[in-house]
Design a protein around this ligand. Structure first.
Ligand SMILES: NC(=O)c1ccc[n+]([C@@H]2O[C@H](COP(=O)([O-])OP(=O)(O)OC[C@H]3O[C@@H](n4cnc5c(N)ncnc54)[C@H](O)[C@@H]3O)[C@@H](O)[C@H]2O)c1
Length: 284
């Protein structure tokens, strides 16, 4: 007999980069599946080398409101994932308020554009420091609390299609996201004995503010051969949420479906894996 209880009833999920975009979709989806949510985001500029608009405090407040609307509890905090002490303080507050931590979605990340041999140190350092070092700091802060709680759990590391293939024009981003594959797989072996699973997801072309069409068009105009590395997605659902499915982008909700599956017992035998969320684009 199937239980009508939500799959994550009684669980607690921490999502980084939760103010908007995919992180907000993950926070909401996990709440709808029954989890209380810890939503963290820098809510401000990461570096002047990041040219698309930053998330702000109102964005995180809206995530909080939407999660509360589901009936779940939420702890929302403005934290930079480059700050280990601040992450550890949030995790300590999580355990104090909710008593446990079961699901971690390490989603916060940034992107900029330039050829590797021309980009500034600031561009390289920012992308690697947030996407790779910040994700490690997130893991460093959260995993001891997950082990201590003794309930096992699931960690979803948000990489990218650029973590599985070359992406000319954002090689620093690709390097940082490839680094997350090594982090994911080593961590999966280290925490398996505690009943914790670790997988990376590799989305492609998701409709969020990170996708800056002007910056991309400028690059492709200058280096037309780079365009081959950024094909349109081959598969689109005929209809989803009333859209005609022709935009060429995936929606954050489609990625959240995969995160929810990885967080749930339905993916219970899956760890140390790289899950493409690409609508087939990586096959080009
Ligand atoms: N949009 C895409 O096509 C795409 C494709 C593949 C992977 N990704 C990855 O998905 C993740 C989510 O990105 P998105 O598309 O939702 O973009 P987004 O810019 O809308 O969201 C990223 C969020 O992370 C936050 N953030 C950035 N740096 C932070 C820091 N140092 N500390 C705390 N929070 C920080 C931002 O404020 C923002 O709210 C990122 O890791 C990104 O690299 C995006």
């Amino acid at each position: 007999m199937r239980s009508s209880e939500p799959t994550l009833h009684g669980k607690v999920a921490l999502v980084t980069g939760a103010a908007r975009g995919q992180g907000r979709a993950h926070a909401l989806r996990l709440a709808r599946d029954g989890a209380d949510v810890v939503a963290i985001d820098i809510c401000g500029s990461v570096s002047e080398s990041i040219t698309y608009p930053p998330a702000n405090s109102e964005d995180l407040a809206e995530t909080r409101r939407l999660v509360e609307e589901t009936g779940r509890k939420v702890l929302a905090r403005e934290v930079d994932i480059r700050d280990l002490a601040a992450l550890q303080a949030v995790v300590a507050d999580t355990v104090e308020q909710f008593g446990r931590l079961d699901v971690l979605v390490a989603n916060a990340g940034v992107l900029s554009w330039a050829r590797l041999f021309e980009m500034s140190e600031e561009q390289w350092d920012t992308v690697v420091d947030v996407n790779l070092n910040g994700t490690w700091r997130t893991v460093r802060a959260a995993v001891p609390a997950m082990i201590e709680a003794g309930n096992g759990g699931s960690i979803v590391i948000v990489s990218s299609s650029a973590g599985l293939k070359a992406t000319p024009g954002n090689g620093h981003y690709s390097a940082s996201k490839h680094g997350l594959v090594g982090l994911t797989n080593a961590l999966a072996l280290e925490v398996g004995e505690y009943g914790i699973r670790v997988n990376s997801i590799h989305p492609y072309s998701v409709d969020t503010p990170m996708i800056d069409p002007d910056a991309m068009m400028k690059l492709f105009a200058e280096y037309p051969s780079f365009l081959h590395s950024f094909p349109p997605v081959p598969y689109r659902p005929a209809t989803r949420d009333g859209s005609d499915g022709r935009s060429g982008f995936m929606s954050p909700d489609e990625v959240a479906d995969i995160v929810a599956w990885l967080a749930s017992p339905a993916s219970g035998s899956t760890t140390g894996n790289q899950i493409a969320v690409d609508a087939g684009a990586l096959k080009y």
